[in-house]
Each structure stands twice: as C-alpha cells, then as structure tokens.
Design a protein around this ligand. Structure first.
Ligand SMILES: C[S@@+](CC[C@H](N)C(=O)[O-])C[C@H]1O[C@@H](n2cnc3c(N)ncnc32)[C@H](O)[C@@H]1O
Length: 493
C-alpha cells in the first residue's frame, strides 16, 4: 500500500517476537465454545497471524500442532527472512510466511478458523487499520475467531500525555538510536522535575517505566508515528461495519469484577448489556489495552459462558490445596495468588486430581462420576468456571499431553531447542514464555529424544568444561528435568 512506511521502521529497529498464550487457538476455541460457537479444533485448524514479525508467536504454535496449518504475514523483509530461517532450522513444515503489506493481501474468503493480529491495529495508519479489519472479516470461516489487540481510552489518555511530550521534542527524522537516546533523556528530565508534586506521581512512575522499556517497545509503541487509542465502543463499531461482533476478551479474567470493591461490583453486574458493562469496566479500571475476540455478527452468542459447554472442555491448574479446616473446607491457591474455598467434596476431589496432573489437563467430563445428576454437574462446572474467572485454573478445548522427567530419553520440541540455542526465552507446550538460565538452556538444546541420562551427563561434562563437579551432574540433570517437566517444557515421548 502506498504511504505505508511501517515496514521501514521495523527494518531499522527489529521487534523480537514472543509466544502469546492469549492468541493460541486453544484459548480462542475455548472462549468460542463457552459463548456458543462451534470453533475448529486447535489440533486441526487454519490460523493466520497478521504482523507476525519473526515468527516468535507462530512458530511454537505450528511446532506443537502438526495437524494444523499456519500462515504469517508481515511487511518487514528482515522479520520474514528470520521467520523463514527459523522454520527451516526447526524443521517446521506446516507454516508459511508472506512478505507483504496486509493491505495488499487477499486470502480466499473464509480460509482461516483463527486470525490473530497482536500489536498491529493501533500502530498503523488509518487506511491500513481499515484494511486489517476487512482482512479479518474476509479471512474468517463461519465459526472463526479473530483476535485483535489495541490501545484503549480513557486509560490511554495518561500515556498520551507522555507520548505527546516525547513526540513534540524528539526528532522523528533522526536515526532510531538518537531518537531513543533523546526520548530517555527527556523521560529522565520529566520524572525528576515532576517529583515536586505528589499529584504527578502516576506520570513519574510511567516515565520511569517507559525509560526502562526495551528499545523495540519504546520505539515502536511510544514513539511510533501512529498510536491510535480508542474507546471499546468505537472499536466495536468498527468491527460491526465489517460484519463482526464482540465475542469475549482473550483473558477471561479481565472481564470479571472481582478486583472491584464489593460495593461497586453489584452496580457493574446490574448493567445487563454486556457491551455497556465492558465499556464501564474500562472506565473503572482506566484500562489502556485490550485483547478482544470477534466473530461473525450472524451468530447468536450466549450472554454468559454456558456451564453445559464446560463438560466438553478440559481443565488444568497450577495450584495448591490447603489443609481442610474443621468444617471440611479446603482453600485452593493458584500460582498467581488467586483462591477458591469450597466444602463440596466432589469439587475438592476434582480439583485435587487436576492439580496432581499439572501441567497436563484433564477432561472435565472425567471428573464427574458416571451417574452424576444435573445438580452435581452444575456444582462442579460452576466451581471450575469460578476458578477460570480468577485464573486459578485454565480451560482447554482439547486435553493436552506433556512429557515427564521419568522418560528414558527426554525430549523438548525442535522449536524449544532452537530458542534455547538463541537465547533465554523459550515457549513451553502451554505456549507461555519461560526464561531459562544458561545451564538449563544448554540442557534443553540436548533434549532431542536420543540421549539417555548417561549421554546427557557426558555431553554436559564436555560443555561445562569442568566448571561443575562431574559427581554433581547426575543430580543436577535429574532436578533440572523435573523443573522442565513442571514448566511444561518436556514433550510426550
Ligand atoms: C509491534 S510489531 C508486533 C509484532 C508481533 N505481532 C508481536 O506482537 O510481537 C508490529 C508488526 O506489524 C508489522 N506491520 C506493520 N505494518 C504492517 C503492514 N502494513 N502489513 C503487514 N505487517 C505490518 C511490522 O513489521 C511488525 O512486525
């Protein structure tokens, strides 16, 4: 598209990609099912990522779903060359990359079950933003789900104060390194100057945070030539003009009211129109960013997640069960600090089984006794939905299998090995970014499923070059494998 200079900037300052679990087809399919759609199974779907960069999000997805097809589009030749090189290096064949502007590309209508655009919509010129929504609408299959992230108002007004100051003082024509240095210098000046007034505290913290942002984030987010923030309702109106409607937020817990003081929750919940409620939540939260899921406007969606639909899903939980109190109540606490207390025996037993299976997920139907009546089913599914709302548990459209450290020749995916060779950030099998230290990275690069314990210790002895006592290595390998298994990095044998 003429006048779309976005690609040039991404050539100058690359934007390294990451896995985003909230864009994974499992997440999108789960939410689509809960609200009444019949989405394609993540293990046999077609997913398009718009603005896929170097494939940091797409490649780990493709690597773990060989029965699905993935396409990435990006305007940056440098990013696409890297994505293609990485696909080849990891032997991932179910992904293709298109080097072009999204505005110049017309895939066959209805060709994708999932369309993902993370970090693109707010940062491109108006005409490209229009083309992006049109592309989502064209490419989506009937029960397809589109994910679009964007900057929101009114929360974004605060960020705009800083952005506008930076844009006024930093020369957009200067080389990127100079722009970044000038921006950081100005942020420093501002946060020192504003310290005189407690009312400016929020701006001081934001300036401090922005100053610490990576070059990629500071340059492509805050200093971007375009950074269009909008009200949720404005975004929905845009989607509506293209025949799309609101499905949900990709992070289900962001649609909840639990974080509000009790006295305010009821008022929000009393707002019956769920779109109005979402707009109200943005105001109460001063939210700056959304990750919204859309689907075709023709579908009649459920107002709230359908409990009976949970029975066709699976559940996983990285949580701990407390000791039962004298009334038989057990408090479950998630890794994120969220909690749920229940005295219902079937719920307690069910959650205990789910926690013991971590990181694997269990079909919810299997947690119910074969002769469970409607009331028992409702109690369990309602409790699991509450866990999902609090991010204490995850729901999955398909149960997933993981490797255990007991495997004779443990393995990780080829993509994880490639990422570990490249740097500390590796996508696990839940599509979450995990950070590894150098020794763990080295171990991961060796886990191709050909080495038993003795071979791993031998290879590590050579690589560590005596920096670790060889007598300690077998124990270290065992402990590290257990940690990798818990971090959902080991693949099934
Ligand atoms: C902020 S980055 C986000 C990359 C990745 N989705 C992520 O979130 O990590 C925006 C990406 O959109 C790409 N992009 C910008 N304008 C584009 C266009 N007109 N067509 C296709 N890709 C574009 C850039 O090259 C860049 O890779």
């Amino acid at each position: 598209m003429a006048g779309d200079a976005s690609g040039v900037l991404y050539e100058a300052v690359p934007y390294p990609g990451n896995p985003f679990p909230q864009t994974h087809p499992d997440r999108l399919a789960t939410l689509a099912q809960l609200y009444g759609l019949r989405p394609a199974p993540p293990s046999a779907c077609r997913l398009l990522e718009i603005g896929c960069g170097d494939g940091g999000n797409l490649l780990p997805m493709a690597c773990t779903a060989p029965g699905s097809q993935f396409v990435g589009v990006d305007i940056s030749p440098r990013a696409i060359a890297r994505a293609r090189g990485r696909a080849q290096a990891a032997g991932i064949e179910n992904v293709t990359f298109e080097e072009r502007s999204l505005a110049d590309w017309q895939p066959p209508a209805g060709a994708f079950d999932y369309v993902v655009a993370h970090g693109v919509y707010s940062w491109v010129p108006d005409a490209v933003r229009e083309a992006l929504m049109a592309l989502c609408a064209r490419a989506l299959s009937d029960h397809g789900v589109a994910y679009i992230s964007y900057n929101t108002l009114p929360g974004g007004h605060v960020r705009d104060i800083l952005r506008n100051l930076l844009k006024a003082h930093v020369d957009e024509a200067a080389p990127p390194a100079e722009q970044l240095a000038a921006a950081r210098e100005l942020l420093d000046v501002l946060r020192q100057a504003w310290a005189y007034d407690a009312e400016l505290h929020t701006l001081v913290s934001l300036a401090t945070k922005m100053r610490e942002d990576s070059d990629a984030l500071l340059f492509h987010d805050t200093l971007s030539p375009v950074n269009r923030r909008m009200y949720f309702e404005e975004f929905l109106a845009h989607a509506g003009r293209h025949g799309l409607q609101y499905l949900a937020e990709a992070n289900f817990w962001e649609m909840q009211v639990g974080w509000l003081p009790q006295g305010l929750r009821d008022g929000v919940l009393a707002t019956e129109d769920r779109l109005r409620r979402e707009q109200l939540l943005d105001e109460l939260r001063m939210r700056t960013f959304r990750q919204t899921l859309l689907c075709r406007a023709g579908h009649e969606l459920a107002e709230t997640p359908q409990l009976e639909r949970l029975e066709s899903l699976a559940v996983s939980a990285n949580a701990q069960a407390g000791v039962p109190d004298d009334q038989g109540r057990v408090a479950f606490t998630g890794a994120n600090g969220s909690n749920l207390t229940t005295d219902h025996v079937a719920v307690i037993r069910g959650l205990e089984r789910v926690i013991a299976a971590w990181p694997a997920s269990l079909p919810i139907a299997d947690l119910l006794p074969a002769d469970a009546d409607l009331e028992q089913r409702l109690i369990l599914t309602e409790a699991l939905l509450r866990c999902y709302s609090a991010a204490l548990a995850s729901l999955h459209s398909e149960p997933a299998a993981f490797g255990t450290s007991a495997a004779e020749r443990p393995r990780v995916t080829p993509m994880a090995r490639l990422q570990a060779a490249e740097g500390p950030l590796v996508a696990n099998l839940r599509h979450e970014p995990t950070t590894l230290d150098d020794p763990a990275r080295l171990l991961v690069t060796l886990l191709d499923g050909t080495r038993d314990r003795a071979a791993l210790v031998a290879a590590l002895t050579e690589s560590f070059g005596g920096s670790v006592a060889s007598s300690e290595l077998p124990g270290w390998v065992e402990a590290s494998l257990a940690e990798l298994a818990r971090s959902a990095l080991l693949a099934p044998s």
